[in-house]
Design a protein around this ligand. Structure first.
Ligand code: SF4
Length: 695
């Protein structure tokens, strides 16, 4: 087990008046002009939105609040942006009348930081932040990271390993008897038995180790709000959709104390923790069952762990368009809290990007989003997105910077905006935007693999129309798609592909073939190489027609379960034939909750057939070196000597490969654009919750 990073640094918060006096840059105004409330905010259900969610007692009192209802604790610094889950939830709770405060990256040697605003009335919500804390701290080769884009100054070390457990313990010490609720990606993906790459072991559900009463999994708006409402009324919080809790088993092994409404609902028994320890393939069975459960929205599940049971209620339905619009219309300043003295890298990365939707129908086996956000897509309306673009531009102009360049209008996969299943009854009813989501009988694990399902509706031309409308706003200089498009979907609509290529790529388009070996692509649930090559051919043709010099940024992966050294040589030869020389390739990281992680653990594919797994660091590194031989000279974790600097990558002025023109990206091209976390020199990517997964 790697050692824990250093303890939290010195306290970062200044008293509220000083904090505002010392932060004249906040909101671009002089301190005296900084309002306590968000400009133009009105009362939602009894509360006006603050300019910033309070982080200190003075800020809380300035809002006229004598006590918090809910305290949220997060492992990220506070950037008032909807991409930060705890911030989104804090504003959502305030919008619904619950006085909510935020403690960001507290020191963890004692609970003092959690006590800054006193004991909350209802509950404390705990999140490790936008990333699993171990993924944030260690590389694919288990080396300690020194950077953290979610921390002031970009420095690692401001949150502990297994932050959920540590913060929950702190909260229990600070507020004895107060309900503690876990949430966020770390808790969500560790809600049942899971493989932990960093200790090379199967760990028990996180609730077995955390001092918490409830765990909210998946996107948490509905469950968090319902939790606050029930506690406000003194009701039982067990049974809320999208949550988990611990129980005792009865004689048959089922949960003994189910909330009444669940007794009549369908349920699924997951393989027990002991079953998984005895037969590694049971982890695959568990992951497949959960994947189905998340998509079908109908059953509750349970897993026995020794003499306890973890109970998972039904998934919370994804938000409707109306709800998404309501959520994203909240007055996020998009700035970091004025108490911070150093810039937070993620703030700059996200400053000009707009989230158009969440969820992804792709179901790639290495991605845990299917277990977190689900395959259903929640999209914002065109009006809501245009409003945000207008407001972003206006803020830029108010600062004297002129119309804004929007870096991204997208989601996990940009060309899935308003994507939906034609068999879902809300779509059949002809009102995909406003009707409540429905359950599904679909048993496919992907809407795109092995081929794009004919029922998967992806109105890409509407997305292109939206992008054109955004770009045409007087407050906007240009609009781009940085979050990547899915090649198989883009090929369905030549007109949309021409528009993405000719108008919105900004010279580079991210696409994720991931590999070229058919057997590896099948294990990844990715489309065949022919699909990528057809896309590439079309991209080159359209770029020439538009008279533009453009590049595809191909995402590739090494050491995937089932991928042999020979498969990597096949990929290397394929790249060489095209004169491509990728410098940043992700080495597969088995993150908790993914199907590919189960493959890694049990050494079998989804059907139970044995597969080769590059398991040791040496085997993984060897595969990585086949694509990136120069790393052998520099050593893992060290950049190539001729790699462009971050600055040249950002400006796109790094060295170019003439052979790659109109197909692959320039050498050394950063894949960090539009992502909350960029790749390290080892070529990894770390994925935030709502955005930034590959397409
Ligand atoms: S029927 Fe097709 S589009 Fe609908 S959920 Fe299943 S795979 Fe996706």
């Amino acid at each position: 087990m790697p050692s824990a990073p250093r303890q939290g640094g010195k306290k970062r918060l200044a008293p509220f008046p000083d904090l505002l006096r010392d932060a004249p840059a906040a909101a671009g105004k002089k301190p005296a002009e900084l309002p306590v409330f968000a400009p133009g905010s009105t009362e939602g259900h009894g509360l006006r939105q603050p300019l910033f969610v309070p982080m200190s007692r003075d800020e809380m009192l300035a809002l006229g609040w004598d006590q918090l209802d809910v305290l949220l604790v997060t492992g990220d610094a506070y950037v008032d942006h909807p991409s930060f889950g705890s911030v989104l939830l804090a504003r959502w709770l305030i919008h619904h009348g619950f006085r909510t405060g935020l403690v960001a990256q507290p020191r963890w040697e004692n609970p003092d930081d959690l006590l800054a605003m006193g004991r909350p009335r209802l509950f404390a919500g705990i999140s490790a932040g936008a990333l699993d804390s171990l993924l944030a701290h260690y590389t694919a080769f288990r080396k300690k990271r020194h950077d953290d884009a979610y921390t002031p100054g970009g420095k690692a070390g401001a949150r502990p390993n297994r932050a959920c457990l540590v913060y929950a313990n702190l909260a229990r010490r600070a507020f004895p008897g107060l309900p503690i609720v876990l949430g966020g990606i770390e808790a969500s993906l560790r809600r049942v038995s899971h493989y932990d790459f960093w200790t090379d072991a199967v760990r028990r559900p996180i609730l077995m180790d955390a001092k918490a009463d409830l765990l909210i999994w998946g996107m948490g708006e509905r469950a968090t709000l319902e939790c606050a409402r029930r506690l406000d009324k003194g009701q039982d919080i067990r049974g809320i959709d999208g949550t988990a809790w611990m129980d005792k088993p009865d004689a048959s092994g089922q949960p003994a104390n189910l909330p009444a409404p669940m007794a009549d609902q369908p349920w699924i028994a997951l393989p027990s923790h002991q079953d998984i320890l005895g037969d590694p393939f049971q982890l695959m069975r568990l992951t497949q069952e959960l994947e189905r459960q998340v998509h079908r929205l109908e059953a509750w599940t349970y897993q026995q762990v020794g003499d306890r049971v973890v109970v998972l209620s039904r998934p919370a339905p994804p938000l409707t368009t109306e709800e998404m619009d309501e959520l994203y219309s909240l007055p996020f300043t998009r700035a970091s809290h004025p108490s911070y003295r150093e810039p937070i890298p993620a703030e700059e990365m996200m400053r000009t990007s707009i989230t158009s939707h969440r969820g992804c129908g792709g179901g790639c086996s290495f991605c845990s989003l299917a277990l977190h956000q689900g395959r259903r897509i929640s999209s914002r309306s065109e009006r809501s997105i245009l409003d945000e673009a207008r407001s972003l531009g206006q803020k830029n102009m108010d600062r004297g910077k002129g119309p804004v360049a929007i870096s991204d209008v997208g989601g996990p996969t940009a060309n899935m905006w308003q994507g939906h299943c034609a068999l879902d009854s809300r779509a059949v009813a002809g009102d995909p935007e406003h009707a409540a989501p429905v359950r599904s009988a679909c048993r496919r694990s992907s809407c795109c693999f092995p081929t794009v399902c004919k029922s998967f509706i992806t109105p890409q031309r509407k997305h292109v129309d939206l992008l054109r409308k955004v770009a045409a706003l007087p407050e906007v200089k240009q609009a781009r798609v940085a979050s990547g498009v899915r090649a198989d979907l883009a090929l369905r609509d030549a007109e949309a592909l021409a528009a993405y290529t000719g108008e919105f790529t900004g010279g580079q388009l991210k696409v994720a073939p991931e590999h070229c070996a058919p057997s590896v692509l099948a294990l990844m649930r990715k489309p065949s190489l022919e699909v990528f090559e057809a896309f590439l051919e079309s991209f080159v043709r359209q770029s020439r027609a538009a008279g533009r010099e453009q590049y595809v940024v191909p995402y590739l992966m090494s050491a995937f379960p089932g991928c042999t050294d020979e498969d990597m040589y096949t990929l290397a030869r394929w790249l060489r034939q095209r004169h491509w020389n990728p410098r940043q390739t992700q080495c597969f990281i088995p993150t908790p909750g993914a199907i590919a992680t189960a493959m890694f653990y049990c050494g079998r594919d989804e059907t139970g057939e044995p597969i080769y797994v590059a398991r040791t660091d040496a085997q993984r590194l060897r595969q990585h070196h086949i694509l990136m031989p120069a790393m052998e000279e520099a050593g893992p974790g060290k950049p190539r000597r001729d790699a462009p600097t971050q600055q040249t990558q950002r400006r796109g002025t790094g060295p170019r490969a003439p052979q790659a023109r109109n197909n692959a990206a320039p050498q050394g091209e950063s894949r960090a654009k539009g992502r909350a976390k960029g790749p390290s020199a080892e070529g990894e990517r770390r994925f935030p919750t709502a955005r930034g997964r590959r397409a």
